[in-house]
Design a protein around this ligand. Structure first.
Ligand code: MCN
Length: 722
């Protein structure tokens, strides 16, 4: 590959550091050269006719490794005398990112009646989609078709062709059903380049499918923060200022969006739903001998939510105020919208107090105290947790993203092609991998064009068919892709009206369109959608109108779509074993106008399952030498059906997004954002009477049991022997 001058893997997001310097961007090759920096970094590719042959051949490879010292923890990697991963990154620092107003924060802290502090870990997670990653490159004798399990086909075509020194037109990238992605399949991987290069070299198809073990070792992981945070409050419990210092363990290299998540995306969310007048955050991206981290469902938002909600609970504890009440006091009121946060973004709409009130109502918060006492009388520990969140869905306004270092535009393109029989093909640059786009996008077309849903075909995931696209991540498909589709549909209707006007011998301005029929206003003269589509394809009678019926739109949002919500859960903790039973889970989510409630509920439920996994079960763990100890499902516990509570989920549609034509805000990550904080809050609430005020996530039975034992031991009267 070096001889063929295959280029390095370039990240698509480069953060400007707080001292104005570019972030450290050490070269990363598809196959390691000289130094291997994390377990799972590929050193060789073996190509054979069968998998068995390839495995036999791989076993013949002899790699002379000289073991080097490793560092795997984010904070540890910043210490003195630790191994340095890259010459270009002294102290293993990739970037130092700062945002907000530290002077205002300092002043507020000086005058505060109370300050609460926490040191919080946000556990590293492994994506674990049902199907592993796979790549197949075909057509080495002509144009290469690269089938890849990616969420971002156009971005991957661009990065692979850039590396191979080819024009983008030399590769057709097709991403069919990919078996789940959760963000980590939305990034560029070495195998995409290696397989494409090998197929071009060998002039025959080459295929690679990861084993589950390879997935554990080499799929990009998520989260991995360690955060010191402090909240200043006045005597009445009003938030005055927030200070956050996060170390983000970004792994051995900067992956595709790996630098943007713990900096630009995470920091923008630190106002949350609250009116905190002064906020300052610094986030340091640190290289370690672990697989790179990147977006994983929520990507920066669950991390911000956990910081804010844990601080809110801690403030309630210290001030002796009810946890719902302290939140109520500090929520941004609905009449303050549009609300400019002190950390940058402006929320266009949202009624946070209404959402929280409704949540507490459906979760029966008023009756919780008596449920808790009844449980205590029976020797059980019961707790209730609350988490409020905002989500910057609809990633991203290209101008904002560019200012924050993104190297790609995040706009979306949609094309609508009407066939002669009136059936419709819609091509979108988004990518469906479990979100139900074929249903919801068809609903949008059907409602706009008045055609049956069954006659609509949604085409995504093929760079030769779809003109451009940013793909699917950041809960962007409805807010950005759906909006592009809406704009394209309006253009198509305008053209169809001209054809209808011709057929009805009227002027286009007099044509009304409703229910799939075009009529001349004030008359009973009408033509159907099908007749217009047919006429558009019969080249005879209307010289002024371009034939055919299709149009395209490019939509670049002017802002994020600010989804928000409040989640609650009730748990019972078994103090003898440390096991947690989640007895109830409630969510009220504002995702703006809902296109398909069943899909939205499903998305929220899936997100909650992942949030529960983060809170209670999942822990990606490397030992000090850099070996991954959680390298299989025997060591890494994802939630199973029996772990899931029944979920009561309500949608509040009273606050449609004001700047996109659908009024829709994203929902794909909502559950994963609120659930960890709600569950951790509930468990700590259950254990506070025992003196347990903190447990590191995930709250595994062992950790919970140890925290209980430690609290009990320290609560014992001191020994008479002393
Ligand atoms: N929707 C709706 N009305 C709304 C909002 C959304 O009907 N107001 C519908 C949309 O039309 C779409 C679905 O809900 O069918 C999700 O839309 P959206 O919130 O825009 O999210 P995306 O489609 O962009 O999906 C991305 C999001 C992310 S970031 C991750 S990670 C994730 C997720 O979706 N990964 C998933 N959901 C997943 N679901 C499955 N099954 N598998 C994954 O890998």
């Amino acid at each position: 590959m070096a001889a063929d001058k295959v280029g390095p893997m370039a990240p698509l997001w480069a953060i400007a550091t707080s001292d104005g310097k570019p972030m450290a961007e050490p070269p990363r090759w598809a196959l390691a050269r000289d130094t291997v920096r994390h377990a799972g970094e590929a050193v060789a590719a073996v190509i054979a006719q069968t998998q068995a042959q390839a495995q036999d051949a791989a076993e013949l490879l002899q790699v002379d490794y000289e073991p080097l010292p490793a560092v795997t923890g984010g904070r540890a990697a910043m210490g003195k005398g630790v191994p340095q991963l890259h010459e270009v990154a002294p102290g293993n620092v990739c970037f130092r990112f700062a945002r907000g107003d530290p002077a205002a924060v300092q002043k507020a802290f000086e005058g505060a009646a109370h300050v609460v502090k926490l040191d919080l870990a946000n556990n590293r997670l492994i994506g674990a989609a049902i199907e592993p990653r796979a790549v197949l490159a075909d057509g080495g004798t002509g144009k290469l078709t690269l089938y890849a399990s990616t969420q971002v086909p156009h971005h991957i075509r661009r990065t692979v062709t850039e590396q191979l020194g080819l024009p983008q037109t030399a590769i057709r990238l097709v991403a069919p059903d990919v078996g789940g992605g959760f963000g980590y399949k939305g990034k560029h991987y070495p195998e995409e380049t290696i397989i494409a290069w090998a197929a071009l070299r060998l002039r025959r198809p080459v295929k690679w499918v990861a084993t589950r073990s390879e997935c554990f070792l080499s799929d990009y992981q998520g989260r991995g923060h360690q955060t010191l945070c402090e909240l200043a409050l006045d005597a009445e419990g009003n938030f005055l200022a927030l200070w956050v210092d996060t170390v983000a363990n970004i792994g051995a290299y900067v992956s595709t969006f790996g630098a943007g998540i713990p900096s630009a995306i995470y920091s923008a969310l630190l106002a949350g739903v609250y009116r905190t007048p002064a906020i300052a955050v610094q986030s340091t991206g640190v290289f370690t001998n672990t697989v790179p981290t990147d977006a994983y469902r929520g990507a920066g938002r669950p991390e911000a939510c956990l910081v804010l909600e844990r601080l809110a609970d801690e403030a309630a504890r210290v001030l002796g105020v009810d946890r719902a009440e302290i939140r109520r006091r500090n929520l941004v009121p609905a009449d303050a919208m549009p609300y400019k946060t002190p950390i940058g973004p402006t929320y266009d709409c949202g009624n946070f107090p209404k959402v929280l009130s409704r949540l507490l109502e459906i979760a029966g918060y008023k009756g919780f105290a008596s449920r808790q006492s009844a449980a205590a009388r029976a020797g059980q520990r019961r707790g209730f947790g609350i988490a409020c969140y905002v989500e910057s869905s609809g990633v991203a306004p290209s101008r904002m993203a560019a200012a924050l270092g993104a190297r790609v535009g995040f706009f979306e393109a949609a094309t609508i092609r009407v066939q002669q029989d009136g059936s419709v093909q819609a091509l979108l640059g988004t990518h469906n991998h479990g979100q139900g786009h074929a249903t919801t996008f068809a609903q949008i077309i059907a409602s706009r064009l008045g055609v049956p849903m069954a006659s609509v075909e949604i085409i995504e995931g093929d760079t030769d068919q779809v003109p451009y696209g940013s793909g699917t991540f950041g809960s962007r498909s409805i807010a950005v892709g759906g909006s592009a589709l809406d704009v394209a549909a309006r253009k198509v209707i305008e053209k169809a009206k001209m054809i209808a006007a011709h057929l009805l011998e009227a002027s286009a301005g007099d044509i009304a369109f409703a229910g799939g029929e075009f009529s001349v206003a004030g008359t009973d003269r009408k033509v159907t959608w099908r007749e217009v589509a047919n006429a558009a394809h019969r080249p005879s009678s209307y010289p002024d109108i371009e034939l055919g019926l299709q149009d395209s739109a490019v939509y670049d949002p002017s802002s994020f779509a600010w989804s928000n919500g409040a989640h609650a859960c009730e748990v019972e903790v078994d103090c003898d074993t440390g096991t947690i039973r989640v007895d109830g889970y409630w969510g009220v989510d504002d995702v703006g106008t809902v296109i398909n409630p069943m899909i939205v509920h499903g998305q929220i439920q899936g997100g909650i399952a992942q949030g529960l996994g983060q809170a209670m079960l999942e822990r990606c763990f490397y030992d000090a030498s850099g070996q991954l100890l959680s390298g299989s499902f025997m060591d890494y516990a994802v939630p199973r059906a029996k772990d899931m509570p029944g979920i009561v989920s309500e949608l509040d549609e009273s606050q449609p997004c004001t700047h996109n034509p659908l009024g829709a805000k994203g929902c794909g990550e909502a559950g994963a954002i609120g659930a960890p904080a709600a569950i951790v809050g509930a468990v700590l609430d259950a254990l506070r009477p025992l003196g347990v005020n903190d447990i590191e996530v995930p709250l595994t039975p062992e950790r919970v049991w140890q925290a209980i034992c430690t609290a009990r031991l320290s609560a014992r009267p001191s020994s008479p022997r002393k």
